[in-house]
Write a protein that binds this ligand. Structure first.
Ligand code: 13P
Length: 253
């Protein structure tokens, strides 16, 4: 019922020439299958090129971050309008690397999420706990705080296209993915919170992704779980062959 998502967050990897090669190789395998939503999320500089290359292929384009402001004196920032003009449909909001390295807080994330939903950019809201919080048994409390702080003041209509990605910080780039059972447990809990706040029709349709050391070899194990609707992939999304293989694992046509 929920269309699965495979989203590739390239982070600060692949310069323009490498992005061109990656996308050309990816397209040599054909267009994106209709049963999957596959989203490429490169650095800003590669967005115009990818937008051109991906036209008519079924692949979607996402950005890694966006400003909560419309325009003006905000050095180094990129606005929703700039993203939309080049065909970006998704944007990651609140990735843990933004939260921990660049100290983005819940209130900034809330503003960005509001701006995205107001302007028709589909947000991929990232939430995740540190190893310390998990070991202290506080993972759910942490995630609940992040979800609720981000969604505060948003009504049901505003978040129809929201995607939530559960990415435990300790699983990111570590090669140590969460177990599918633990990931499912958190994704189910997130869906239950959404249901409590917004009702079951929205909760049933919202896509919730797992992220953290997902690769072609383990993606199918996550996809078997009822509440996991796809993956937000870092390292393994950089190689066309691996990204394509993950899409093949997820497609259900
Ligand atoms: P890795 O897949 O490299 O662990 O990264 C996950 C991630 O942070 C995606 O946003």
């Amino acid at each position: 019922m929920r269309k699965p998502i495979v989203a590739g967050n390239w982070k600060m990897n692949l310069k323009l020439s490498q992005a061109k090669e990656m996308v050309e190789e990816l397209l040599s395998f054909g267009n994106c299958p209709e049963s999957v939503e596959a989203i490429l999320i490169p650095n800003y500089l590669c967005l115009p090129l990818l937008s051109e290359k991906l036209k008519g292929t079924g692949y979607e384009l996402g950005a890694q971050n966006m400003s909560s402001e419309d325009q003006g004196a905000f050095t180094g920032e990129i606005s929703w309008d700039m993203l939309k003009e080049i065909g970006v449909s998704y944007c990651i909001i609140g990735h843990s690397e933004r939260r921990t390295i660049y100290l983005e807080n819940n209130s900034q994330i809330e503003k960005k999420l509001k701006k995205a939903v107001e302007t028709g950019i589909k947000p991929i809201l990232c939430v995740g706990e540190s190893l310390e919080k998990r070991q202290a048994g506080e993972a759910k409390k942490r995630i609940e705080g992040q979800v609720h702080r981000a969604l505060v003041g948003l009504d049901k209509d505003a978040i129809q296209d929201l995607v939530i990605a559960y990415e435990p910080i300790w699983a990111i780039g570590s090669g140590q993915a969460a177990t599918p059972e633990d990931a499912e447990d958190m994704c189910r809990t997130i869906r239950e919170w959404v249901e409590k706040d917004y009702g079951s029709d929205l909760a049933d349709k919202m896509r919730i992704l797992y992220g953290g050391s997902v690769k072609p070899e383990n993606i199918a194990d996550f996809m078997k779980k009822e509440n996991i609707d796809g993956a937000l992939v870092g390292g393994a999304s950089l190689k066309a062959k691996d990204f394509h293989q993950m899409i093949e694992e997820v497609r259900n046509d």
